[in-house]
Design a protein around this ligand. Sequence first.
Ligand SMILES: NC(=O)c1ccc[n+]([C@@H]2O[C@H](COP(=O)([O-])OP(=O)(O)OC[C@H]3O[C@@H](n4cnc5c(N)ncnc54)[C@H](OP(=O)(O)O)[C@@H]3O)[C@@H](O)[C@H]2O)c1
Length: 302
Amino acid sequence: METIDFGHGVPPMSRLVYGAWRLADDHDRSLSHVVEKVEACLDQGITTFDHADIYGDYECEALFGRALHGHSTLKQKMQIVTKCDIMLVSPDKFPRRRTKHYDTSAAHIRDSVENSLRRLGVEVIDMLLIHRPDPFTDHHETGGTLDALIAEGKIRGAGVSNFMPWDVDLLQSAMQNPILTNQIEISLLNKSAFTNGQIATAQRQAMPLMAWSPLGGGELFMPGSEVGKRIMPRLTELGQDQGVAAEAVALAWLLAHPARIMPVVGTNSMGRIRHISDALNVELDRETWFELWALSEGAEVP
Ligand SMILES: NC(=O)c1ccc[n+]([C@@H]2O[C@H](COP(=O)([O-])OP(=O)(O)OC[C@H]3O[C@@H](n4cnc5c(N)ncnc54)[C@H](OP(=O)(O)O)[C@@H]3O)[C@@H](O)[C@H]2O)c1
């Protein structure tokens, strides 16, 4: 598996990442099934796992950590990404919280990191992302805290998620360490990052991007969805030509782009997990790339 080398003391991460957002939604939430999914990823060289404190109403990190307890050889092979700053209304976990909000204060970031370390059962987080830009941010406080956590060895590197280029600039202006990635929504369902400056700016800065919901959360394959109706038949046909499933073609569409996009795949299906890395073997030429763009858009480029 190709890896992305972020440098700056962060271990290389696999080009394809497995996302844990839906881990607690699986009909089988047993620890052995989580291990089965992790092993299926590692077998293909998918060594990077994406979490957030809030996933599964604050349960996914703990589920993952419990499943991997006692599996130190598996843990040694993986890199952990997690996130903080979204404050969910959760009557069970935070009965006094009234309003969903963001918190990029030093106190919250530190608290969230300590909780993630404990829940995941690891000693260091390989990359911590600020989950969403906080309109109430004190960038000096946030940036200083991320630098301090790196210096203290709690996290190896820092990145952001859902940031616009100006949000990245603001936080970077208050940090010694580089912001290593921006995790944003990119797929044949949502192509806005190609035109809103997020991808262009990352390319100029040579910053690899992580793409969340790279399969459009499944919508690309739903015959009931407008985009699914247009694009699914062609994805399937292209896949058949190369001996892979339609999902591999949708992921290959992201991999083909020069920005070094790292798709973060969230399927819970064992059948699909075992074939995520098929995407690396798909070849898409420029014209086919634009054909899929046009099917997604419902119109050819101007
Ligand atoms: N930073 C952020 O703000 C943010 C936001 C959202 C997500 N994320 C990250 O991105 C990861 C991936 O997100 P995601 O789960 O939305 O990504 P995704 O891989 O685009 O979507 C996965 C969903 O698509 C379904 N699916 C895939 N192929 C399908 C098919 N052929 N037919 C029907 N359904 C199909 C899967 O169902 P099955 O399980 O049945 O395969 C699953 O529900 C998350 O786990 C998380 O780590 C980050």
